[in-house]
Write a protein that binds this ligand. Structure first.
Ligand code: ZN
Length: 329
């Protein structure tokens, strides 16, 4: 399904810089238990309010989502973050899961031009090297001053000495700036490009404050592509906040435990990703749904009801054989 969507060329114009498919890595918690749930549970300890130690057992998942369009962001691959067995010395983590997932994606889509996106967790030298050398992928990672202190100081230093700037960017009409080939601060081997976006926002009391984002990328920045790159970088943030939220609180409720059996749990999660692709396509192409302005939840209930109640006619079947052009926004 994903391959035919990519091959279909309908989404080609949404590729970054006319070339790269944006693939966003993002981990999220699925279930948390107070007692051991299965052999593969991740474990942690937390202090309760009265100072007692409490053990927690939980399950996490890492998603690689491919951006086909503004309203079409679908699962390209899923990797469960879990321990191999109960008594492992070092627990599984998002970075290790990411390595497994990236390897699988390369195997499944060897020639797909990909730009990997992720949060500051991924802005490390080994990860950059992996993308560049092993997979030949581009990357955009969020950069936080706490994570790469040297890089941050380096960039501040470059900024003070004069840097390429542009203003009036994106909806907020903020300012952006960039520096290419920041070798000396990226690490021993890697050289990278850094860019930043800043704009002014007002809080509830009307007090002004500045919002700043910074990214590192293997793609070279130019005055021409800066705004597109900022949109791409911020899109990652948007997906992280909306993508999983829709799945958690919206129509799917992936956090709802349907079975305590861990295989069934995973299957349910994967089926949800498939339903999500179908639902997003249905919402994106159907012109009547936009006019109805009903909630996604009502649309999905309506769809389910029609599966249950409506009889398929000969006319319906004839549509399957007809070549139809679907216009997606
Ligand atoms: Zn478990």
């Amino acid at each position: 399904m994903v391959t035919s969507l990519i091959r279909g060329k309908q989404f080609n114009r949404n590729r970054l810089l006319g070339k790269y498919w944006r693939v966003i890595l993002d981990g999220t918690g699925l279930f948390c238990f107070k007692e051991k749930h299965c052999e593969n549970c991740l474990r942690t300890e937390r202090r309760t309010d009265d100072g007692k130690k409490e053990k927690l057992y939980y399950h996490k998942v890492l998603e690689a989502k491919i951006v086909l369009g503004d309203s079409m962001v679908i699962s390209l691959g899923t990797e469960f973050i879990e321990n191999e067995k109960e008594d492992v010395e070092k627990q599984d983590c998002e970075t290790n899961a990411a390595k497994r997932l990236m390897e699988r994606i390369k195997k499944d889509y060897p020639r797909l031009p990909i730009c990997i996106q992720g949060d500051a967790l991924y802005a490390t030298e080994p990860m950059m090297e992996l993308c560049r050398e092993k997979y030949h992928w581009a990357y955009i990672f969020t950069q936080k001053d706490t994570r790469q202190k040297l890089l941050d100081e380096g960039f501040e230093w470059i900024k003070s000495g004069g840097i390429k700037k542009a203003s009036g960017l994106c909806e907020e009409k903020g300012t952006g700036c960039y520096a290419n080939h920041v070798e000396e601060v990226a690490g021993k081997k890697e050289s990278m490009n850094v860019f930043e976006y800043e704009y002014e926002k007002k809080d509830k009391k009307g007090k002004k404050y500045r919002v700043r984002f910074r990214w590192i990328s293997s793609l070279e920045l130019t005055g021409k592509n800066l705004e597109e790159m900022i949109y791409a970088g911020r899109g990652r943030w948007k997906i992280e906040n909306e993508g999983f939220n829709n799945q958690k609180n919206g129509i799917y409720r992936i956090e709802h435990l349907n079975s305590r059996n861990s295989n069934a749990m995973k299957n349910h999660y994967l089926l949800t990703q498939i339903s999500d692709i179908l639902m997003q396509l249905y919402l994106a192409w159907n012109p009547y749904i936009k006019k109805l302005k009903q909630t996604v939840k009502n649309t999905s209930s309506g769809l389910l009801e029609s599966f249950r109640g409506l009889t398929v006619t000969a006319e319906d079947v004839s549509y399957i054989y007809r070549y139809t052009t679907v216009y997606l926004e």
